[in-house]
Write a protein that binds this ligand. Structure first.
Ligand SMILES: Nc1ncnc2c1ncn2[C@@H]1O[C@H](COP(=O)(O)OP(=O)(O)OP(=O)(O)O)[C@@H](O)[C@H]1O
Ligand SMILES: Cc1ncc(CO)c(N)n1
Length: 276
């Protein structure tokens, strides 16, 4: 049997809860072989981002070419891309290698407030990358930046999703983690015709570092295994709910979520982790 493969193009989080580390852990949990292209190395812990070192465009191109030349991939996700020039290299490679199943997590600002995307790179993200990809997964502040509007209610979430889809991306997954106007946490999948809601109970915890990375990585793994977009979002939502509820309590600040909680929960109830 051929093993599904997924590639993450993202930054390294030394703290292990977000970025490349969260993505590879999530791919592994979903039974998918994970590969990575490192765009930047961050010095991070649960207290914040202390240093950022972007990789050179040459290094990123070489990493992408190395994977394409030999291994290939069934699906790709992008996380922290940091600069306009890195976004352009990634967009060029997606076209050169005809990688079509691509999920963009439009990482902009870390939970502690540090910038993970230069302000001037927003234009490249919107106009060079999004037109090429299948799905984008903004949180509320990212959707506000992409749609150039404020989001204060559910109707605003939908309006912003419609605007973001005008960039050419096929699916917009509007995440509700930052939506203080919601009691439950509702994410919406917008395909240009209808909005599908995905409900989760709000978990009161400070240990939510890397939720967006983990969520988009699980989606990517599901797509790599042949799932539909709706199935991919559904599994990602269940995965992140379990990861938030099964607290690890690591560090003194915003700690990581539990990447093996979804598998543990399924096993405890005598089920196999869901194969998509
Ligand atoms: N407190 C919470 N309780 C339940 N689900 C949550 C909570 N916070 C986030 N989620 C879920 O986690 C996923 C990621 O959403 P979120 O809005 O936190 O992304 P994010 O801000 O990009 O994360 P990060 O920047 O930390 O990587 C979504 O499916 C969202 O519904
Ligand atoms: C490397 C990296 N990517 C993404 C995020 C967003 O959670 C983070 N904190 N660090």
């Amino acid at each position: 049997m051929r093993i599904a493969q997924a590639l993450t193009i993202a930054g390294s989080d030394s703290g292990g809860g977000a970025g490349i580390q969260a993505d590879i852990k999530s791919f592994q949990e979903m039974g998918v072989f994970g590969m990575s292209v490192v765009t930047a190395v961050t010095a991070q812990n649960t207290l914040g981002v202390h240093h950022v070192m972007p990789m050179t465009v040459e290094s990123i191109t070489q990493q992408l070419d190395a994977i394409a030349a030999d291994m290939g991939t069934d699906a790709v996700k992008t996380g922290m891309l940091y600069s306009g020039e890195i976004i352009e290299v990634v967009a060029d490679c997606l076209q050169t290698y005809n990688w079509k199943q691509v999920v963009v997590d439009p990482v902009m600002i870390a939970k502690g407030g540090a910038s993970l995307l230069q302000q001037e790179a927003l234009h490249a993200l919107k106009h060079k990358l999004l037109p090429l990809v299948q799905a984008v997964t903004p949180n509320i502040p990212e959707a506000e930046a992409l749609a150039e509007m404020q989001i204060e209610c559910m109707e605003d979430m939908k309006k912003a999703a419609r605007r973001i889809r005008e960039t050419g991306v096929s699916y917009v997954v509007m995440k509700g983690g930052h939506a203080s106007f919601q009691e439950d946490v509702i994410d919406y999948l917008y395909d240009g015709h209808s909005f599908t809601p995905f409900h989760g109970r709000r978990v009161e915890t400070v240990h939510s570092h890397g939720t967006g990375c983990t969520f988009s990585a699980v989606m990517t793994a599901c797509l790599a295994r042949g799932a539909s977009m709706t199935e991919a979002v559904q599994v990602a939502k269940q995965f992140i709910q379990a990861a938030l509820e099964d607290e690890l309590g690591i560090g003194n600040g915003h700690g990581p979520t539990n990447h093996w909680a979804y598998r543990k929960r399924k096993t405890e109830f005598g089920e196999q982790p869901r194969d998509t």
